[in-house]
Write a protein that binds this ligand. Structure first.
Ligand SMILES: [Zn+2]
Length: 315
């Protein structure tokens, strides 16, 4: 039942029950408090909630608030309130990544001990210039140019000297070296099936930023393991990130969950519904008198129109 006493209507789209493996699953909804929740968030939260409830598992909520510039406390409070209004009860306390830096630091130390990290001193502008100079810089799955690995080749003496001078740096993952340690990896997606990991697809990703001693990839991997998440449900825009997360799990000796990359809810023009496109927030809809039941009905056609995910095409 929702907070308002209305029954939660069934969404037809995420017909994932037959795809699961009969175990009770621990899932999570992990938004960033950089704005109010919109319909796309409601769908993602509902998806994780239903997967947990239908398997007799647990539904957790985690706030990915690593970025002090973009995250705001009022949005964090609003997220929890909106979930309650939607009738999505979660288990346990809300976990905040900003309070877990010690865990990320430990993981980073371990990776550094394995010799799979290198400091990157490049500014954003330098990275752009290096990509232009490299000419044939590798491309990511969306056609974006990837970091060409400039700092991977710096001599140890130069690294030490620049760090000693106080030059700011990020830690990047040396993907090739990491793969030498782990060998080939696979992971399981409930729509795509078994996937061969291709962790180089995003290049040598940043694991600790210059301003924050962690990054999305590191924190998500560490937290999902620490929270006992067994089924990671999230939008298919993060399909390629999973290649990197699978590699991090292997390096850190963490348990490997299943993944379910679900479709993204588009707006009327079929664009991805993101905060920056000015999508309707749940607050706005609620203020107009929309009920949670109406929210689920609004999501139903979009959910039913889920295209089949092939995985290899990156969904
Ligand atoms: Zn660099």
């Amino acid at each position: 039942m929702s907070a308002g006493g209305e029954p939660i209507v069934a969404l037809r789209g995420p017909d994932f029950v037959p795809l699961l493996d009969g175990r009770p699953h621990v899932t999570r909804f992990a938004p960033s408090p950089t704005g109010y929740l919109h319909l796309g968030h409601a769908y993602a939260a509902r998806f994780a909630h239903d997967a947990a409830r239908l398997t007799g598992g647990r539904f957790l909520v985690r706030l990915e608030d690593l970025d002090p510039q973009r995250c705001r406390p009022e949005f964090a409070g609003a997220i929890v309130e909106d979930l309650r209004w939607l009738g999505l009860r979660f288990d346990g306390v809300v976990v905040r990544q900003s309070e877990r830096m010690a865990l990320y630091r430990q993981a980073l130390d371990r990776l550094r001990g394995l010799g799979v990290l290198y400091p990157c001193f490049c500014t954003r502008k330098q990275v752009r210039e290096e990509i232009a100079e490299a000419g044939a810089a590798p491309h990511g799955p969306s056609g974006e140019r990837l970091y060409p690995g400039t700092c991977r080749h710096l001599p140890e003496t130069e690294r030490t000297a620049r760090i000693a001078r106080g030059e700011p740096y990020a830690w990047r993952l040396d993907v090739a070296r990491a793969l030498d340690l782990t060998g080939p990896l696979t992971w399981y997606d409930c729509r795509a099936g078994w996937v061969e990991a291709d962790p180089g697809v995003l290049g040598d990703v940043v694991l600790a930023r210059k301003d924050v001693p962690a990054s999305y990839h590191l924190a998500v991997t560490v937290d999902d393991a620490a929270q006992g998440v067994t089924l990671v449900t999230r939008g298919e825009d993060l399909f390629h990130a999973t290649h990197v997360h699978r590699l991090l799990q292997a390096l850190l000796g963490l348990p490997v969950p299943r993944w379910y990359h679900h479709n993204l809810i588009g707006d009327r023009d079929g664009r991805r519904m993101a905060k920056r496109t000015g999508a309707l927030t749940l607050r706005h809809l609620r203020a107009r008198g929309t009920t949670p039941t109406q929210i689920w009905r609004m999501l139903e056609p979009a959910a039913a129109a889920t295209p089949a995910c092939t995985g290899s095409a990156g969904c």
